[in-house]
Design a protein around this ligand. Sequence first.
Ligand code: FAD
Length: 348
Amino acid sequence: MQTSSHAVLAPFTSLRCGGEAELLVTTKSREDVIEILAKTPADQPLWLLGYGSNALISDEGLPGTTVVWRGGDIWQDGKQIVADSGVWWDDLVKYAIDHKLWGFELMSEIPSSVGGAVFGNIAAYGQQISDTLIWVEVFDRTSGETKRLDKDEIDFAYRESSLQTQRHLYILQAAFELSDTPLHTLTYETALRVASELGEPTATLEGLRHIIVETRRRAGSLYDPDDQNAEHTAGSFFKNPMVTTEQAMELARFDESGKTLERINQQNKVHGGSTRRASAAHVLLAAGFSRGQTWDKVRLHPEHVLKIQTLDGATAHEVHAVAQEIITTVKDKLDITITPEVRFLGKF
Ligand SMILES: Cc1cc2nc3c(=O)[nH]c(=O)nc-3n(C[C@H](O)[C@H](O)[C@H](O)COP(=O)(O)OP(=O)(O)OC[C@H]3O[C@@H](n4cnc5c(N)ncnc54)[C@H](O)[C@@H]3O)c2cc1C
């Protein structure tokens, strides 16, 4: 465990901006995290971060203690796997695949901690973490105790869990029930095209992992927190919004690949939304935003319009202002409400 005062937090986030932690603790161990949670008075702010791939930290920094937890253990009992929250999500995916267990493979290489993954109900290519979750262990700052929550005590929805509103609960471990036979079929068209190009089977765990990693690479959706040259984004900045059927038809016109509305609906479904969830990327294009559009040191990624990218020297305030401009413009022009997937931490 390492502790420092007034530590810059930008290097701990994929957007690489934001202010300082009043007190920063970095650790690999669950015991350290419990110790800090237990000794910090409940009325003092305490922020728990994993790999910072879904967080925009205020330029004013974070008051109190910020714990960055990266690392931990994985256990197995038959088809059940338990992991500490600090475990790098893809290590858990690889573990499951190595042990011939199905349920995570389509979520290969989502940049996340296990705790952050449960918190945000990560999903990709038709699989979401809540499909296989069975319980989480949390530290409750109100009672000062650890306790287990069964899956049915937590509400999950598209990119949402009720843990996001229960800020006194900190996720310590998560347990999953996997399967020795396939649970999901890959239906995502881009990935199927990659499969046929690579000549990889969609019926094996290793084949699917290879297909997904390559599909993610092409979509600019890989992120290595240790890579100094990594692009500074938080993945998709906005959630796919709910729209009326008429709005969906209108938005379909902004898909340059010439897909039918039916196909676009299917694509949205496998992304974890319902058929009335529209692609947020189409929404941004329909509202007049364009790939590569730049506001000083912040821009929309030149290839992936939904990724807000920071350039060297960008501030969190600038990112926030761009996000607000997008939200307001989309509402004014299309009467669609979009919400960020990224968590804004601290004062904005
Ligand atoms: C290139 C790229 C691609 C991405 N692709 C996808 C994708 O395909 N699918 C998808 O769903 N997401 C995707 N994301 C978003 C991101 O990977 C997820 O949101 C991820 O779960 C964030 O995990 P983290 O550990 O980095 O969380 P952080 O960014 O560290 O934290 C995010 C939030 O979770 C809270 N939190 C973290 N750990 C805990 C804990 N143990 N207990 C309580 N609260 C906690 C934090 O306080 C914060 O509010 C992508 C991001 C990037 C950069």
